[in-house]
Structure formats: structure tokens, C-alpha cells
Design a protein around this ligand. Sequence first.
Ligand code: GTP
Ligand code: SPV
Ligand code: MN
Length: 592
Amino acid sequence: MASKLEALQHWVNDVAALTRPAHIHWCDGSDTEYQSLVRQMLADGTLIELNQQTHPGCYLHRSNPSDVARVEQLTLVCHPEQEDAGPNNHWMAPADAHAKIDALFDGCMEGRTMYVIPYCMGPIDSPLSRCGVEITDSPYVVANMKIMTRMGAAAQARIEREEAFVKGLHSTGELDPERRWIMHFPAEKSIKSYGSGYGGNALLGKKCHALRIASNQAREEGWLAEHMLIVGIENPQGETHYIAAAFPSACGKTNLAMLIPPEGYRQDGWKVWTVGDDICWMRPGTDGRLYAINPEAGFFGVAPGTSNSTNPNALKSVSHDTIFTNVAVTADNQPWWDGLPGEPVTDWQGRPYDPANGPAAHPNSRFTVSAKQCPTWSEKAEAPQGVPISAIVFGGRRPSLLPLVMEACDWTHGVLMGAAMGSETTAAATGAVGVLRRDSMAMKPFCGYHYGDYFAHWLSLDKAGAKLPKIFHVNWFRKGADGKFLWPGFGENLRVLEWMIERVKGTARGVQTPIGTLPARNELKLDGLALKPGQIDELLAVDNAGWQAEIEAIGEYLESFSPRLPERLRQERQRVADALDADATSPRTATA
Ligand code: GTP
Ligand code: SPV
Ligand code: MN
């Protein structure tokens, strides 16, 4: 099968002329095709069969040990003007970038098969969805794209109808970090990725298309492409509120998206519905509300820490038909990572497990699984019009200062909260782990243009007729003097979501503070939680001196986007700084 769309056929021909593959395979997205790729990868060792009794249809892939995460310093956003990429991105002039990477692609597929993967990000019949075509020489990428996107014949038909698609060219190359680039050309709606076979570097529909390219399109067309989960919270009255939440990589999106209500809540009839765990595209509807779709069809989730106590839904999802990458293996050939029962005998590199070599499963080991396998998968995830969003939540790993939850007083304040987000770095990208850095809206690695323009775009949604969601900030990762987490997290986070929903409905009053509205003590349901006396006070405290220093640091950070920093955001920061000053000189009598 080839394409009747000339633009597509020409591009495929051009790429073939450059990379010189032995064969070209147009992917139809069928199960038969998937099975035949799996057989081929089992035969050449790309995949290793796991225990088919306990884990039917599950396979393990061990990536090159130098290729285990995103590489931010090698990820470029190549706008024609450097200024448009902003200080938040690495940049190269488009002509230089093409020349550099085309030299690597030259002949790189000799003797190999080139796969052409038409895919659709979002429900196949949704007007909010967007299509792309990834060309790759990696069957592992094809298999993952089959799980993560609506891939194959239906996507190709939509592309031929719409005559529009994002071009993604990928080769695993030599897997040499010295010959590795992930390049984006927003003006051309194209992506070129060479030298990595891993996740966000290689599955181009995900971060490259659905965030970096899409954030540019979203800005032009008046919508948002965000690093957010989407979850539906159904209360005992049967009303479902949809919440979108932006947490940086490996900071709890998958967990919150699949939350299991605490025992008492379950008995009362609370239910949680998973719509998405990583990416959210939202757009104002005719009624002024924001409507969201999950552009993905699967989860590429963090394995370590996924357990029966933290995320039983994820664990059930990955019990069959899952590709595991860089996990460890037990004596009876089951996948293993920290948090699971049993013991590893083979580590993620295939060596006999020895604690001296570090953790058995790589900290950024992941599972790829169809969203349909999640027990809480929402039927609304297929709704072409998307789901209406009641609240947007920002949050990161903040060991101190940031309270368990606070609400912005309006949209502008909420945009400031998102822009000011900080978090300790994780293993999802190469580099140091546990270092506090700013990560505005959890989009630092993914915003495809200047953060100053991005903040302005967020602010621009606040216009006549808009019925925007309330904005909150949460911190599940606050630590006490003993270095332990103060908040139990995971399923218990529903207690915080319930308060948010009450704020949305207007049934909780909260307490005003200079940094936002916090729950009054009696407004958070804490029964059944074994919190120590004083623990909730610590979680909800507003340390004025600490906040004065924080708001100064936020100011310095925001000014790094000057002259494109919106004046409205600068003034909003000043308003909060003044409120903190006033509060320091005449403290409120009421305490949060
Ligand atoms: P990406 O896929 O990288 O974008 O990450 P994600 O945000 O989906 O991260 P995920 O939900 O997989 O969380 C990763 C880590 O955060 C795991 O180690 C979890 O155990 C931990 N985590 C998630 N939720 C909580 C929580 O409520 N409290 C605590 N303490 N840890 C949590
Ligand atoms: C992230 O790092 O935020 C991920 C994993 O979701 S990857 O697809 O590798 O970027
Ligand atoms: Mn992510």
C-alpha cells in the first residue's frame, strides 16, 4: 500500500532516497501486523518473551544503556528566528539543523526496512484530533506507536482526506549519544530524530508532535497542548467533574489519573474515570468552557513504584499484552521493579542482579500498554467533542514551603501559579536527579516556543464569554523534619480533589491567604487517615518569610523571559508580593 496523497508519497520517496532502505513497509495498524513484528523482534532479540502464564502477550525490551531517557540538551526547537524558541529551548537555525541531521540520515537504513506509520492523535473522528506520519527503521517504535496512537489505515484515510499531517522522521542510528539529535521544525510541522530508540525521543507522536509541534499549532489556533493528565471524578450524586493536572515527568500524573478512592469514599459511591495520563489538548467550546481530549491511546508509564498499594489499576492494566522497557526479571521470568513482591534475578541490562550495580529495574523503566486495558478507562475518552474541564491543577515535587493545596484567586493568578511551578528533577530525563528547578506548567522540556509568548497565550484565553476552570496548585511531596513525606498521597489525594470540587461548586468557603485560598481545617475530610497531631497544620501552613524569598525568586525567573514576559504576569507577581508584605506587617488573625 502506498498513498494517493501526493505530498505524502513524495515525502516518503524523498526520505527513501536519502536513507536508502532495502524495503518500505506501510503500516496498516492491524493486529496481524503487530504480531508479525513481535515474532520478528523475538527472533532477533529486540524483544524477550516474559512468563506467558502470568503475563500473556508481555515482552521485555532492553534499550542501550546509554539510551534510557529523554535528552534535553540534544532536543532542539528550530524556529527560523532564535528569539522565538526562547531561553527555555535549545535552538539551531533550520538550514544548519537539517544539514547536520540529514548527513546522519544519509544511507542510515541500508539493508533495513523503513516503516511508514500514519497515526492520529486523538479519537479518529474528533475535530480536535491531529494526524501525523512517522517514518522509522525501528520495529520497536512501530509496535509502541500501535499501542500509543490510533495507527494505520484509518489514520491514513483521514490524512488523505484532510491533506494535512506532521512529518516525523526517525532512525535509531548507531545509538551513539555523540550522534543523537531530536529536532523540531514548527514552521514546517516536521520532526527529525536520530540516534535514540527511547520513548519520548523516538515515539514521535508523543512529546515531539503532541506537545512541541502541537503547542505551536495550539497557539496559532487558540487552544492548549499541555503535559497534563485528565481524570473524571464521579461523586455519590452521580455528577462527574473532569480535572486536568500538570505535574512534571515522573511526578504523579499516571497515579492520579488512575486513582482508587479510599475505602470510605468507595463505600459512599465515589468513582474515578481515567481519560488520559500524560497529554491533554483543550479548546474553548461554544459554551465558553474548555473541552479536553487525550491525544494518546495508551500509556507509556513509569514502572518503579507501581504497586498494589500505590496504583492497582496500572498493575492490572499491565498484566497482559504489554511491552516493558528496562525492567528487571524474576527467577520465573516475570517483570519486576521496586514496589513489587518477589525478587529480581536479572537486572535491566540483563546481568545477574547485584545491588552493587544499582537498582534492578532502571529508575526510568516503563510499560507501554493500551489505555483500553485500564479498569477505570472512561468511555468519554473516545468522545469526539472531549470532556468539559472543571479544574486545572499544577504541582511538583516540593519538599518544603508549598502547601498541600491552594487555589488561585482568578485565571491570571492561576497562570502565575503555573508559570512559577518548580520541582525536583527525576530520572525521566538524563542528568542530575533531585535538583529543584522551575518547570512552568510542567512544560519546560515540551513547550515548543518562547515561554514569554506561552504565558501570554495562556492569559489570552481569559476573554469575554469564557467560562474558564478554576486553577489549583498541589504538593503531594512535602517532607517533614524526619525526611518522610507528610502526606500519604496516592488514593488519599481524592480528599484534596473533593475540596477542589466543592470550591468549584461553591460549597466550601476556604480561607484567603496572600498566596491563595487554602482549605479551612474542617473542609478537608481526614477521617480514617493516621496523621500525627500537627501534621495537617504543617501541610497547610503559610510561612510568610519563606514565601517572601520564593516570590523574589519567582520574579527573577520570570524576568529571564523579558522582554516577552507579559506585563500582566509581572503585575500579578507584584500583587502577591505586596500581599505578603502587608501580611507580614499586620498578620491576619484568622489562620488557615
Ligand atoms: P511521566 O510519564 O514521566 O510524565 O510521569 P507521571 O507524572 O505520569 O509520573 P507517575 O504517575 O508515573 O509517578 C512517578 C513517581 O511518582 C512514582 O515513583 C510514584 O510512586 C510517585 N508518586 C505518584 N503519586 C504520588 C503521591 O501521591 N505521593 C508520593 N509520595 N509519590 C507519588
Ligand atoms: C516524560 O518524560 O514526561 C514521559 C516519558 O512521559 S517520555 O515519553 O520518554 O518523554
Ligand atoms: Mn510525560
